[in-house]
Every structure is written in structure tokens, then in C-alpha cells.
Design a protein around this ligand. Structure first.
Ligand code: SF4
Ligand code: SF4
Length: 93
């Protein structure tokens, strides 16, 4: 394995570890404010998932038709939003 391949593998592992921290509460997608993103779905295990996860970033809309800008979670960790206290990424900082 080359150094470049090792580096890519390490980055990918870090990405997976970061993704695994999410508890899938749905709070960052509006699950608690009464008008969630139209792409938020409840999964059979009672948690939440995005139905366009790999292409999620950009302008989306809520169930009621309000615009919502989907951004990486680290872009909003310092902001105030409904359900923020539930977020696993907030709890660890
Ligand atoms: S598009 Fe973004 S805001 Fe909408 S459910 Fe997916 S991750 Fe959440
Ligand atoms: S609020 Fe945090 S823990 Fe909950 S789904 Fe969003 S990123 Fe994951």
C-alpha cells in the first residue's frame, strides 16, 4: 500500500467514526419543531434518516413547504436551533 492509499484509508476511517457519532435523533432536520425536512424519514428502529443522504446538501424544503438550507452539521454546531441539546456532536464538545 502506498502512503497516499494509507492516507486515504485513514481519512475514510475518520469520516466513518465521525458519522457513527450521530444518534439519528433527527433534531438537526427539524424533527422537534413540527415542520421537518421533507427528506427526513422514520426508520423501522424508531430513529431517523435522510432519504437523500449522499446528495443532501443544498436548498431543500420542509413538509409545509418552507425553504431549508441543508449544510454539514459542523456548520451549525455553534448556532442555536430547536433540539440542539440532543445532538451527539454538541454533547461531546
Ligand atoms: S436533506 Fe438535509 S435537512 Fe433534509 S433530511 Fe436530509 S440531512 Fe436532514
Ligand atoms: S441532531 Fe446531531 S445527533 Fe441528531 S441527527 Fe442531527 S447530527 Fe445526528
Amino acid at each position: 500500500m502506498t502512503d497516499e492509499e494509507r492516507y486515504s484509508e485513514t481519512l475514510f476511517k475518520k469520516y466513518q467514526e465521525h458519522e457513527a457519532l450521530c444518534n439519528r435523533c433527527g433534531a438537526c432536520c427539524g424533527m422537534l419543531d413540527g415542520d421537518p425536512c421533507e427528506h427526513l424519514e422514520k426508520t423501522p428502529d424508531g430513529l431517523y434518516a435522510c432519504d437523500i443522504y449522499e446528495q443532501r446538501f443544498g436548498l431543500r424544503k420542509t413538509i409545509k413547504g418552507e425553504p431549508v438550507l441543508c449544510v454539514p452539521i459542523h456548520n451549525v454546531l455553534h448556532k442555536t436551533w430547536w433540539g440542539r441539546a440532543r445532538c451527539a456532536y454538541i454533547r461531546r464538545v
